[in-house]
Design a protein around this ligand. Structure first.
Ligand code: NAP
Length: 299
């Protein structure tokens, strides 16, 4: 006799359900389970996604455990995005260049790492109506997310200025990108003076740094420097309406939030795991996001 199934999100969980999840620390406030389970349900897949808190000392055992348990795929978040690579069998070329993995596939015990942050970010900008090919892009932050976006822009042949608190990190990546892709990438230290000058010429500003996280920051940008023509994208989503996005709204600029990004990078993970186009509308609805309105303020 078949065992009685548990029901989750109106979907029966059985012995044959496929397992996916997230490792990081902390993970208790993560929205990824809500987003991915909505995607599985909408796609009619017998799969479930959960979050596991893994501390740095337990990372190796956790990855080995996920492999032997046959977990089909998992996301990786802070603080393991760099460290996880050494416990995988393969890391794709982009994730290896940026030294950051946020998605792992498990193909019969073979674990492969990817980064979906770059594509997720570019999809978020285009979904809001931004044209990436016209130049005038300011990218703030040279951590894992900033590096992923820098390479995604470079692969598209887009020129941009790479701004970071520690200039040497942005400079190094900008130089590698110039050598590899033969495109113009300038670098600059994070300062009010630089941002005022850059914003006068740019159309798109992306904050891929932790500046503004948990509401803490002395933002080196003034509302008066932003215009309705600007697209202002903040990857930070705690708080959801960061000070940068508040300033952008005041200026009548178009805003793109960290939750738009969370859905889009999650959609890329879903595709890597299932080979299917992700049901982005249902994923957005699951966390209360409106549908993007192309070409108009989206915040
Ligand atoms: P990371 O690797 O730790 O890098 C942090 C970056 O932020 C570095 O460039 C760092 O500059 C800069 N930074 C830290 N504190 C700062 C401050 N007070 N002022 C200015 N710059 C500061 O982190 P990450 O993975 O790249 O993530 C960066 C942010 O993006 C985080 O808030 C993260 O939550 C968010 N994120 C969101 C999504 C999403 O789906 N919405 C996805 C990925 C990341 P230095 O080099 O000078 O230290």
């Amino acid at each position: 006799m078949r065992g009685k199934s548990l029901v989750f999100n109106n979907t029966p969980i059985s012995g044959s359900s496929l397992n996916y999840g997230l490792i990081g620390d902390p993970v208790d406030h993560s929205l990824s389970p809500t987003i991915q389970n909505a995607a599985f349900q909408s796609a009619g897949l017998d799969a479930v996604y959960v979050a596991w808190r893994v501390q740095p000392l337990g990372l190796r055992s956790a990855v080995q455990g996920l492999r032997v348990l046959g977990v089909r795929g998992f996301n990786v978040t802070t603080p393991h995005k760099s460290a996880v690579a050494r416990y995988l069998d393969k890391v794709d070329i982009l994730a290896s260049r940026i030294q950051s993995v946020n998605t792992v596939t498990n193909d019969g015990g073979m674990l492969t790492g990817f980064s979906t942050d770059g594509t997720g970010a570019l999809n978020s900008l285009e979904e809001a109506g931004a044209s990436l090919d016209q130049g005038g892009i300011i990218l703030i932050g040279a951590g894992g997310a900033g590096r992923a976006i820098a390479y995604a822009l470079a692969e598209r042949g887009c020129r941009f200025t790479f701004v970071n608190r520690t200039l040497s990190k942005a400079r190094l990546i900008a130089r590698r990108i110039r050598d590899q892709f033969n495109i113009q990438v300038a670098s600059a230290p994070l300062s009010s003076r630089n941002l005022k000058t850059l914003l006068a010429q740019a159309e798109i500003v992306v904050n891929a740094s932790s500046m503004g996280m948990n509401g803490k920051s002395n933002l080196p940008i003034k509302p008066a420097w932003l215009r309705p023509e600007h697209y202002v994208f903040d990857l930070v989503y705690r708080p959801l309406e960061t000070k940068l996005l508040q300033y952008a709204s005041l200026a009548g600029a178009r805003t793109i939030t960290g939750l738009d990004m969370l859905v889009n990078q999650g959609a890329c993970s879903f595709f890597l795991w299932t080979g299917r186009k992700a049901p982005v509308v249902e994923m957005r609805q699951a966390i209360g996001l409106r549908l993007p309105m192309v070409g108009s303020p989206a915040g």
